[in-house]
Design a binder for this molecule. Structure first.
Ligand code: NAP
Length: 384
C-alpha cells in the first residue's frame, strides 16, 4: 500500500500494494480508504523512567503520523548501541534534551519500505532500506524523513544493515571529520572488537593506516584481528601502556578513546607531537552488571576525569577532540557524504559490515545486559 498524505493531513491508504514496486500513484486504484487495515499498530519498547532492565516495556501504539517527506519502514532488524543502555539509565544528555520521558531508544534499523509520503522521490514501497533515527528505533515500524534512509547494498542482510550506520558513522566522524589520519599513520583504537571500535579499526585500515587495537578480554583478540588490526593488545593479559609504547615508540598519530577516566590521561600521554586524541564516550564510568549506575562511582569518576590545559596542549603539540553524533542529526550534508563514502567502500570490499549477534525483540533486556557486561563483540541486533 502506498500511503498518501492528503492536504488535510489525514492519512489514507492507497490500495495499490499488489502492484508492488511498480505501483504508480497515477495508475493505481484511487479509492483511498482511511488507515484501518491490519497494519494500524506498531509494537515498540517504551521506557517511562530511568532504571534497570525491567524498565524496558513493550507497548502497542498506532502507526506514526507521516509528513510528506517521510517514509514508513516495516522494521526487520534493530541495532543495539551501548548508548541505548545509557539512555535507559537516564544518563544520556541528548535523550533528555530532545525527548525526555517516556522514550523509545534506538538509533538505527533496517527493513522494508511500507509507505511513502507524497514528496518522497528516492524510495519506493518494497525497497530494502536501512536508516538512522534520533531515538525511537526499538519499534516494529518507524517513520523517518527520506534523507535518513539508504538502500541496503546487495548481499547485505537486514541484520548487517541495521548494525552498520550508528557505529560506522561514529567512526567516520572521529576519523574523517576530526582526526584526518594520513596513510602510514599509526592509530591506537580502544575497545577494538566492539561496535564503534571495530568500525574504527576497519576505517583506519581502509585509510592506509597501521592500527594497534586494544581489547579487554582474550576472546576478543581474534575479532579485532578480523577487523584488520595489525597488532592487538589484550589488556587482560598484557600491560596496556608498556605494550602500547612498544608498538609505537614515537607515540601515536591518532588515539580513539571511549573509555573515559580509565585511560584518557595515558591516551593523551601516548600521542606523538601533532597527534590527535578523539574522545567519544566514557563507558568505564558505567556498571558492568545490575543495570543501574553507581552514583558514587559516577561522581568520583567525573571528578577524576582529566582536564586538558590549552597552554600545555599548545606547547606539547597535542590535540584533544570530542563529539556526540546525536547532536549532529541536522548536518545532513555530513550524513550524506559519510554514508555515500562508506556504502562505496562496502561495495568495493574495503570495509565489511560488523559481525552481528541477533536477539528476538522480546529479549531486549538480555541484549542490554550483554552489551553492558563489556564482553560482547561486534554488534547486537534485535529482530522484531
Ligand atoms: N560520541 C558519539 O557520538 C558516540 C556514538 C556511538 C557510540 N559512542 C560510544 O562508543 C562506545 C562504544 O559503543 P558501542 O555501542 O560500539 O559499544 P561496544 O564497544 O560494542 O561495547 C562497549 C565496550 O566497551 C568496553 N568497556 C570498558 N569498560 C566498560 C564498562 N564499564 N562497561 C561496559 N563496557 C566497557 C568493552 O570493551 P573492551 O573491554 O574490549 O574495551 C565493551 O565491549 C560507548 O562508550 C558509546 O557510548 C559514542
Amino acid at each position: 500500500m502506498t500511503l498518501l498524505l492528503e492536504s488535510t493531513n489525514h492519512l489514507y491508504w492507497h490500495v495499490g500494494r499488489s502492484l508492488g514496486r511498480e505501483a504508480d500513484t497515477s495508475s493505481t486504484l484511487r479509492s483511498a480508504v482511511q488507515m484501518k487495515t491490519d497494519n494500524t499498530a506498531l509494537k515498540k519498547v517504551v521506557i517511562h523512567k530511568a532504571g534497570s532492565y525491567d524498565r524496558l516495556r513493550f507497548e502497542t501504539q498506532p502507526l506514526p503520523k507521516m509528513g510528506p517527506d517521510d517514509v514508513l519502514v516495516s522494521v526487520r532488524a534493530i541495532g543495539v548501541n551501548y548508548a541505548d543502555v545509557v539512555v535507559r539509565m537516564g544518563l544520556y544528555q541528548s535523550a533528555k534534551d530532545y525527548v525526555g520521558w517516556p522514550i523509545t531508544p534506538g538509533f538505527e534499523f533496517a527493513g522494508e519500505v511500507e509507505a511513502v509520503g507524497t514528496a518522497v522521490t528516492g524510495h519506493r514501497v518494497g525497497d530494502r532500506v536501512f536508516g538512522v533515527t534520533r531515538f525511537g528505533g526499538y519499534a516494529t515500524h518507524i517513520a523517518v524523513p527520506q534523507t535518513q534512509l539508504f538502500p541496503i547494498p546487495s548481499g547485505m542482510s537486514f541484520e548487517q544493515a541495521a548494525g552498520f550506520p550508528a557505529v560506522f558513522l561514529t567512526a567516520y566522524f572521529a576519523l574523517h571529520e576530526l582526526a584526518h589520519p594520513r596513510s602510514g599513520d599509526t592509530l591506537l583504537i580502544h575497545s577494538a572488537a566492539g561496535g564503534v571500535g571495530g568500525s574504527l579499526v576497519q576505517l583506519g585500515k581502509a585509510a592506509g593506516c597501521r592500527v594497534v587495537g586494544v581489547v579487554g578480554s582474550s576472546h576478543k583478540v581474534k575479532v579485532a584481528e578480523q577487523m584488520g588490526a595489525d597488532v592487538v593488545i589484550d589488556k587482560s593479559v598484557d600491560d596496556l601502556w608498556s605494550s602500547a609504547a612498544l608498538h609505537a615508540p614515537d607515540g601515536y598519530d591518532v588515539i580513539a578513546d571511549a573509555n573515559g577516566v580509565a585511560t584518557l590521561k595515558q591516551s593523551y600521554n601516548h600521542l606523538r607531537p601533532a597527534g590527535r586524541l578523539v574522545v567519544y564516550g566514557f563507558h568505564t564510568m558505567m556498571p558492568k552488571k545490575g543495570g543501574r549506575p553507581n552514583w558514587f562511582k559516577l561522581a568520583w569518576d567525573y571528578l577524576r576525569t582529566p582536564r586538558f590545559n590549552p597552554l600545555d596542549m599548545t606547547n606539547e603539540n597535542k590535540n584533544v577532540m570530542a563529539f556526540n553524533l546525536s547532536y549532529l542529526f541536522e548536518h545532513n550534508d555530513m550524513l550524506q557524504r559519510a554514508m555515500g563514502d562508506m556504502v562505496g567502500w562496502l561495495k568495493d570490499g574495503r570495509i565489511a559490515p560488523p559481525p552481528t549477534t541477533s536477539y528476538p525483540f522480546e529479549q531486549v533486556a538480555q541484549a542490554h545486559q550483554d552489551i553492558e557486561s563489556g564482553q560482547t563483540t561486534g554488534k547486537l541486533v534485535l529482530i522484531p
